[in-house]
Each structure stands twice: as structure tokens, then as C-alpha cells.
Design a protein. Structure first.
Length: 304
């Protein structure tokens, strides 16, 4: 098990060891979260690398990653635990067949831990071979306020209450990363239990480093041009601007097409890799794409 970083610089090095190109502001809040044992809430647009941070932490620290993917209607049975009803019914039938008449003993057997199906939040409270796990609560904004309220006990005391068994507490708190795309506001009561960081789109220099790290087969000239194009594209009036994930997808797609530089035809043909809404594609393709490309090429030449 890799020890937790002892400084901000060590945190930056930890991220870099797992090929995550972070900045000092992120490393600072991540270092504080690890040292203070506080959950870290990351907000930002989709595709800027929030989820990746939890994956990187788990890989770099040698910890198990436990992911709770949030969605509308998420409840305790899916997030924390539920009982194996088929197993319980089998236990009851076997007890009846064996002549068991002690109700207390039967209830104790039916509601024993062996019939408990542990979901991600309960799994995160259990001891792990490599140390406390990394718990990723992904896209919390997709759930409702009732589920947020349920999380308060877990994030405050790292424990959950199972009525039939009592309170189950973590011997050592997990490392908790919560992400939100901010499609709605998260309640203040939950935010107070977390450290907070907003992850914005990277600047051109950092985005080039990310592409060089994650898509190393892209030619350097192509990398400069495509990053400059994406940076300018984010300034357009779009329903959904491309994130870093789309930049990497585009770099990989252009590499598959053996492109060494951008040209108007290739840009128009591959806009669907960057933009996910037809209205955005229709607005950008053609003359607008060529204008953005010309400006991006000029900028890339200056950067060369």
C-alpha cells in the first residue's frame, strides 16, 4: 500500500505517476482532503476529468475503487444494502422442515450478515486488504434531495444503520470523492461536510500536455492545432462545449485517420466526435469551422 502524500508537491507527483495532468490548486485541495480525512466534492462541466481523479487515486495508492454511479430514483437498496429475500425464504423453509420453533433464533438466522447484500456504500465501510478504499460517488446531482439527506450520516460519521443488525461503522474512513456536473445545486448541509473544488476546462498549455500524455501517437503539430481549435470552439455559443474527454477522443480519431494536420474537410467530417448535439454541429460546420480552423492554425504556428 502506497502511503498518503506528505505535501502538495508529493500530491502533484502522485497524480503525475498515474498520468493525470493536474494543477497546483487541485493538488492542494486533494492533499488537504487526504490529510484531514474529509470528503472532496468536485464540480465542473462533464468531461473535465472529475471521475478520473478517483480512479487515479485508487491506482496510485494501491487502494480498491468502489464506485456508486448516481441516477434519478437511486435508493438505499441500490446504494447501501438489501436483504437476499430468496436466501431468507430458503432459511425459513429449512427451519420449518427441521422443526425449528424458536422465533428469536429463527429471526436471528434470517437476518444474519450472510443474507445481507452489500452495495457500494456499505462495502466502502468494510476493511480492505490494501487499506481504506477510494469511494467514488459519481454525478450526485442526478439523485434527489432525499438521497442527499441519507448521505449525511455516512459522510459525517462513516457509518450506516441497518435496523436488523445495528450500526455498522468503518474502522478507518474511506477516501471519498463526490462529483457533480451541477445540473442542480447540492444542499449546503452536504457541502459543509466536504472540501470543495471546481474543475474548469484546462488552458491550452495544460490541454496539450494532457493530449501528449493520453494520446501520445498524435503528431505534435496536429496536437497544437486540435487543442487550439477546441479552445476556440469552447468560446462559441454551443449547447454543450467539448470537454477534455472529447479532445482526447478527437486526437485518437484523427490519429486513426492518419492525419498530421487539420484541414476543413477532416474537421467537418469528424465534428461528431467533439460535439454531441446536431444543432451544435449544424451551427459550426462549414464556414464557421473554417474560420475557427484558420485562427487555430495561426495560433498553433505561434506556439510552435
Amino acid at each position: 500500500m502506497t502511503p498518503l502524500p506528505g505535501s502538495i508537491d508529493e500530491t502533484l507527483a502522485l497524480l503525475a505517476s498515474a498520468r493525470y495532468v493536474g494543477d497546483r490548486a487541485l493538488a492542494t485541495v486533494l492533499f488537504l482532503s487526504l490529510r484531514m480525512g474529509r470528503p472532496l466534492m468536485l464540480e465542473g462541466e462533464a468531461g473535465v476529468g472529475k471521475t478520473e481523479i478517483a480512479k487515479v487515486l485508487a491506482a496510485a495508492l494501491g487502494r480498491r475503487l468502489i464506485r456508486l454511479q448516481c441516477y434519478e430514483g437511486l435508493d438505499v437498496a441500490s446504494a447501501v444494502y438489501e436483504w437476499n429475500y430468496a436466501g431468507q425464504m430458503m432459511a425459513i423453509r429449512l427451519a420449518e422442515a427441521g422443526g425449528e420453533t424458536d422465533r428469536d433464533r429463527l429471526q436471528e438466522d434470517v437476518f444474519s450478515p450472510r443474507h445481507l447484500v452489500k452495495r457500494p456504500l456499505l462495502q466502502a465501510l468494510e476493511p480492505q486488504a490494501g487499506g481504506p478504499p477510494v469511494l467514488l460517488i459519481d454525478e450526485l446531482d442526478r439523485t434527489d434531495e432525499a438521497f442527499e439527506a441519507f448521505l449525511l450520516e455516512i459522510l459525517s460519521d462513516f457509518q450506516v444503520t441497518v435496523p436488523e443488525l445495528g450500526t455498522i461503522a468503518a474502522a478507518a474512513p474511506p477516501i471519498v470523492i463526490i462529483t457533480s456536473n451541477r445540473t442542480r445545486e447540492i444542499h449546503d448541509a452536504l457541502k459543509r461536510r466536504c472540501l470543495y473544488h471546481w474543475i474548469d476546462y484546462p488552458d491550452a498549455e495544460r490541454e496539450r500536455r494532457i493530449v501528449a500524455e493520453k494520446a501520445p501517437h498524435a503528431a505534435s503539430a496536429l496536437t497544437r492545432e486540435l487543442v487550439a481549435f477546441v479552445q476556440r470552439l469552447r468560446g462559441e455559443d454551443l449547447f454543450k462545449a467539448p470537454g477534455v474527454a472529447e479532445t482526447l477522443d478527437w486526437a485518437s480519431a484523427l490519429t486513426e485517420l492518419d492525419a498530421v494536420a487539420l484541414d476543413p474537410a477532416t474537421v467537418d467530417d469528424t465534428l461528431g466526435v467533439l460535439l454531441k448535439y446536431q444543432d451544435d454541429i449544424a451551427r459550426i460546420s462549414g464556414s464557421r469551422a473554417r474560420a475557427i480552423l484558420d485562427a487555430a492554425r495561426a495560433e498553433a504556428r505561434l506556439e510552435a
